[in-house]
Design a protein around this ligand. Structure first.
Ligand SMILES: NC(=O)c1ccc[n+]([C@@H]2O[C@H](COP(=O)([O-])OP(=O)(O)OC[C@H]3O[C@@H](n4cnc5c(N)ncnc54)[C@H](OP(=O)(O)O)[C@@H]3O)[C@@H](O)[C@H]2O)c1
Length: 275
């Protein structure tokens, strides 16, 4: 598996994180090529990780066992169509990390019958704390599944879904999710300042509390509901605060927010497929 040649098409933020994660994980950089029109980005990736750089997408694909499409969704159609001949003649595994681009559209742009894995990472992948969900098309072998998973596992947790449609729900939950937590942090920080804490203390206490709660929830075999009940003494301060949040409709708000994000994900996918 570790001698499979991987070509990244697009050498931006996510490709840099994935390459960094793979190399830190022991993947031989000699087997990794990054393609980008920007020579400066390639030089940085080459200097940082010892990988190969190229400005010729098709030539890199011609040598690759796996191709990671890491360009912006808006340019993916143009990029995919420009490398379709190389993909059809080499027949590598293709892994797309582009948000919202459906497999049927990508297959059409690449000429069809490609072993394709579509994935949805999220921004904490930049610090190797991502959550990525993958979906494989029928032509993907077990070995190729393993290769796709090892690329994305280099930047965090990976999960598979059997139904591509679930990627819209995933986009609403983990794809957009970091921003929900940032909003909660903002709100708690502002509330702390409102109670008279200094801004730097309010921020630090908010962030450390978020980190501590997330780590406790990850490390415990109990559900968040059980953990919450355990720190909520009857008649205490936490209970009073949680009552206010429940009465304010926090669960209904999250339910509606995620439905809205899921619907927007579906709309954007249709737009990307038609453009
Ligand atoms: N960043 C995230 O947190 C995140 C999360 C989930 C999914 N994703 C997905 O990851 C993908 C990449 O995102 P990103 O944030 O890494 O974007 P990015 O930093 O803009 O990287 C994309 C790179 O592709 C290059 N590029 C453009 N046209 C190209 C071509 N024809 N051939 C080769 N390279 C080309 C771009 O160069 P120029 O800048 O010169 O155009 C840029 O360096 C997107 O599809 C996004 O949906 C990202």
């Amino acid at each position: 598996m570790r001698t499979q040649k991987i070509a990244f098409i697009g050498g931006g933020n996510m490709a840099g994180s994935l390459i960094g994660g793979l190399v830190a994980d022991g993947y031989d950089p000699a087997y990794i090529t990054a393609c980008d029109p920007d020579r400066t980005k390639l030089d940085q990736l080459q200097a940082g990780y010892g990988i190969q750089g190229s400005d010729d997408n098709s030539a890199a694909i011609g040598q690759a066992d796996a191709v990671v499409l890491a360009v912006k969704p808006q340019v993916l159609k143009e990029v995919a169509e420009s490398v379709a001949t190389a993909v059809q003649s080499r027949r590598p595994l293709v892994v797309s990390i582009a948000a919202g681009v459906r497999e049927a559209d990508l297959q059409r742009w690449l000429g069809g019958e490609v072993a394709l894995v579509r994935s949805m990472p999220n921004t904490p992948a930049m610090i190797q704390a991502g959550a990525t969900v993958l979906h494989a098309t029928a032509g993907v072998s077990e070995r190729q599944r393993g290769l796709a998973e090892s690329v994305l596992r280099a930047v965090g947790l990976t999960l598979w879904v059997e139904d591509e449609m679930q990627l819209d729900a995933v986009t609403a939950l983990s794809g957009s999710g970091p921003a929900y937590f940032f909003l909660i942090m903002e709100a708690m920080e502002e509330a702390g300042i409102g109670l008279g804490l200094s801004p730097d203390k309010a921020r630090l206490l908010t962030l450390q509390t978020a980190l501590g709660a997330a780590r406790m929830a990850m490390e415990s075999s109990d559900s968040p509901a059980v953990l919450r009940a355990r720190v909520t003494s009857p008649g205490g301060t936490t209970e009073r605060a949680l009552d206010t949040l429940e009465k304010g409709g926090i669960r209904g708000l999250f339910s509606q927010a995620l439905k809205d994000a899921r619907d927007r994900s579906q709309e954007l996918s249709t737009l990307l497929g038609n453009h």
